[in-house]
Design a protein around this ligand. Structure first.
Ligand code: PMP
Length: 368
């Protein structure tokens, strides 16, 4: 029996092949007699899993050699503290607020440094993006923070800003939790990127951090050792016991991603093609209907998280119950926004989006 289509914002659906491989290897990984969960993180078996995962992530994301890849814990919310502890030097940091997640980031950073909001889209209800030329960046900022895909509000930067062209020498920090590996990253514009794995890359419990080497070694004295990027980097992410099973599943997902092909493209470029097609199908269905709507400026709509609303909100419960009976799961919108949200990460197939669109059209017909 095929599995239902799962539109959770995260933890989210994983490729079926990944789950099947993990199930097949659960009791005995590659003849070792051990489950991955039972292995020492310093043994040769786990070290090989770790090294493959790191190499595959680097290849997949085309990460240049002068960036370190760290596998950490604490998720995006812990990074909201870990980044200023490591990068701010207690000085200034500029934030572009584009939705709930970047707003949380700037609030947390205030504990550690002098935060300024360089730009905000709050007046639009987080439905558009402030153009980079309007950002008020400070000359002495130690970094500039953006959330490149706002999971709740469904706004996504289609290009990374070139801070140098805006007159800033500060490194750009991006929270790419909810669209990592869904599209390529221009690393020449990035100082540090972080994201939890539980949307596009694996289970909850491991946070990916990609950091330019020159940004290591400047942590505040109060920074916990386990959260000091230099300490983590010097110990190949094994200063403390890493989340071994989550790293293993993320590794299986990286190799699944590397195997994907689409229109002659492979890996992340192939995923980008598919993600474009999936998002377009869903937004077109919403925009062409008088029954549903999406509030986000079409220039910056997320390809990953599609919030949408029924014009008649009294039908929300019936919509969700009908969706569940069509095996379309976890479509309820975030509590701060309401309505519906379909998260269509890498592991969501075009068939899943087609099934959702067919259900939406059927529901609309039966209601009018
Ligand atoms: N940033 C973004 C963009 C997110 O979507 C989330 C989680 N939904 C977080 C940060 C927080 O991540 P975590 O819960 O793993 O700390």
């Amino acid at each position: 029996m095929t599995r239902p289509f799962n539109f959770s914002a995260g933890p989210a659906n994983l490729p079926e092949e990944v789950l099947q491989q993990a199930a097949a290897e659960m009791l005995d990984w590659h003849g070792s007699g051990m489950s991955v969960m039972e292995m020492s993180h310093r043994g040769k078996e786990f070290v090989s899993i770790y090294e493959n995962a790191e190499a595959d992530f680097r290849a997949l994301m085309v990460i240049p050699p002068h960036f370190k890849i760290l596998f950490m814990q604490g998720g995006g919310l812990a990074e909201n503290a870990i980044v200023p502890l490591n990068l701010s030097r207690g000085n200034a940091a500029d934030f572009v607020v584009t939705g709930g997640w970047s707003d949380k980031s700037q609030k947390e950073a205030r504990k550690y440094c002098d935060v300024k909001i360089a730009a905000s889209n709050e007046s639009s209800g987080h439905t558009s993006l402030p153009p980079p030329a309007s950002w008020q960046l400070r000359r002495d900022a130690s970094y500039v923070h953006l959330c490149t895909n706002e999971t709740i509000h469904g706004v996504e930067f289609q290009d990374l800003p070139d801070l140098k062209a805006l007159g800033s020498d500060a490194p750009l920090v991006i929270d790419f939790s909810s669209h990592v590996a869904s599209r390529p990253v221009d690393w020449s514009r990035v100082g540090l990127a972080f994201g939890g794995a539980q949307k596009n890359l694996g289970p909850a419990g491991v946070t990916l951090v990609v950091v330019r080497e020159d940004l290591l070694g400047h942590a505040l004295p109060a920074c916990p050792s386990a959260f000091n990027y230099k300490t983590v980097a010097d110990n190949q992410s094994m200063y403390n016991t890493p989340p071994t099973y989550a790293i293993y599943i993320a590794g299986l997902t990286f190799s699944w991603l590397k195997r994907q092909t689409e229109s002659g493209l492979s890996g992340v470029a192939a995923m980008e093609q598919r993600n474009r097609a999936k998002a377009q199908l869903l937004y077109d269905a919403i925009d062409s209907s008088a029954f549903y709507f999406n509030k986000v400026d079409p220039q910056c709509r997320s390809r990953m998280n599609v919030p949408f609303f029924l014009r008649d909100e009294s039908r929300n419960d019936a919509f969700l119950a009908g969706a569940a009976s069509h095996r379309l799961l976890q479509l309820k919108g975030h509590k701060s926004v309401g309505g519906m949200r379909a998260s269509i990460y890498n592991a969501m197939t075009i068939q899943g989006v087609q099934a959702l669109v067919a259900y939406m059209q059927e529901f609309e017909r039966t209601q009018s």
